[in-house]
Design a protein around this ligand. Sequence first.
Ligand code: BMA
Length: 337
Amino acid sequence: MPAVTPILTTHPCIRKRETPVMQPADLPYPCSLVFNAGVIKYRDEYVMVFRNDYGTDRSAYENENRKFTGTSVGIARSKNGIDGWRFDPQPLIDSNDPDKDPELKRLYDPRIVRIEDKLLLCLAMDTRHGICGAIAELSEDLRSYRIISSSVPENRNMVLFPEKINGEYVRLERPMPVYSRGRDCFDIWLSRSPDLIYWGRSALVLGVEDVPWANDKIGPTASPIKTERGWLTLFHAVDKDELRGKNGWEKQWKKRYTAGLMLLDLHDPTKVISLYREPLIAPDRPIETDEGFRQNAIFPCGMLLEDSGEVKIYYGAADACVCLATADVNDLLRLLP
Ligand code: BMA
């Protein structure tokens, strides 16, 4: 596969685990692609909430135009956050659930967070009338959920800060304005809420034009990590080239997804204290560039800080499997003077 230009590479402080932490064959129910997973530590275990697209395979997709028949969101637990994942027997959410609201098409790209005693899930929600961002509250045993808030279209990629700031819940989000800007040109915004249900006092955090290697859109990825210097915040960044041809299952895939890093003010996270001006993580291994459903896409949805100072970043690789990248928190902070 010819390299996608301009060449973008992962910063050397990031170590990518050689093999994926989760692949389709690991799941106990039908799965074509498992990717874009959020992770938290909960009751002495790591809990992963992942996206599963199912119902076709590469050959059927390419030769018979057989598309995916469903998307589910599933849960698995592990003692070390790397292997030995134990799956719940059924997905938590399934687009083919006969009891679901007919307005709702599917929920995907889960980001899980624990705020005080609440377990919360941010989800992208495709409806018959547009794409919305939903927030769901999970039961303590992680076996059921209830949607408590949803945005109007078009919005998604919501992530919640892991604690209240100045007494309010705060989320990052990525609306998708098309009329006003004439083309894909999407930015990162922030909204605040007294109760997780009503959201407002929205403000722009970072525009796509502020990210030197992005020319299409940016969006939030995982709940930020609190440090003494500010909120360590990952985001995804997309560059697009009309000349890019087939790279993956689809006839054409023109985008590349990378991850960037910034530090947001602890008390007013609309303020960007520092932005690292190159990608932190780029698709640069064969599993990310030459294999998978959409090549040249890495998409983090989970980030954890261990007591040792190791930051674990869980990302979807080529929309096909879940991979893990790690870095020392101080090395990441050094990129943000
Ligand atoms: C985005 C989302 C993600 C996906 C990415 C790359 O728009 O739909 O779920 O990983 O595209 O295909």
